[in-house]
Design a protein around this ligand. Sequence first.
Ligand SMILES: *Cc1c(COP(=O)(O)O)cnc(C)c1O
Length: 350
Amino acid sequence: MDISRGFHEFASDNTAGICPEALAAIAEANTAAAAAYGDDQWTAQLRDRVREIFETDCEVFLVFNGTAANALALAQLCRSFHSVVCHTHAHIHTDECGAPEFFSGGAKLLLVDGDNGKIDIDRARDVVARQPQLHAQKPRVISITQATELGTVYSRDEIVAVSEFAKAREMYLHMDGARFANAIANLKCAPKEITWRAGVDVLCFGGTKNGLPAGELVVFFEQDLAREFDYRIKQAGQLGSKSRFLAAAWLGLLGNDVWRKNARVANDFAQQLAKRLRDHAKIDIVFPVEANAVFVRFTNEFAAELEKRGWHFYKFIEPDVYRLMCSWATRAEEIDRLLGDIERVRPTSS
Ligand SMILES: *Cc1c(COP(=O)(O)O)cnc(C)c1O
């Protein structure tokens, strides 16, 4: 099937367009000549705005995408003989083509399981304890994803527990926040409560899935950790010369709490979608719906029938778990349309 056709609404949260506030901010920044390579007023303003949001004097850097944010942040914390503890479903393990290993010059990922996409601390303890000193790469970082790849959210206490685990072993805590906004919309807390106050050292703060065209932030909560990170970004080809447009879009998202509103919309639609799938279509929802993802059990035949009707979505876990995502741009009519098609092909469902 021609992938440019059909309905991509629930395939991912990056199939959505640019939110109007970000787009307007880009247009507004499209004026006279301005300084390049991040020396412009928009980038400076963005740094201030991020410090305001996190209520601390953090170091803020812009890169083009989430893979670069994660890989460069981890490379900054690790040397080639170090390792990074992460969940089996972590994006840094499954979806980044080895970028963290590559940019760190060989740091290894140590995989840990845990329910609902969250690292199980007891299992992490076992994995770290099993690394023979000197003979295995030294565990240096533990990486958690907030919200997780399975659409769940770590509570503040769960993050503190991971942080205590890390600090006791002289390890850093990295947070992949590609959907940080969705986690905040769920927890309704101040951003500092689940980041630096809970022991997070570096946050990759995602904007793309929340309504930007591109551009993610790497936020270091300790200035020493950010030393020469600007060089690392430049060497990796991630320093935008027209950085002002990335920064302007971010300012559009962070102004008037648009980022929180967008995440709330996406999360609320995911709740509605899950409820209707469960209650009306009797479809099994696999993980707690705490952010903007809904994981469902479909037979392959059922999924194929929906695909024939034009719907795009991904199988996430073999043999039968598929992911439906909502975004800031999801509309109630699209959920109606999907549910209508599900009703029509239902006889083959479980
Ligand atoms: C989308 C995503 C990223 C970033 O991916 P890019 O495609 O490189 O921007 C990182 N982590 C998680 C958990 C994601 O879902």
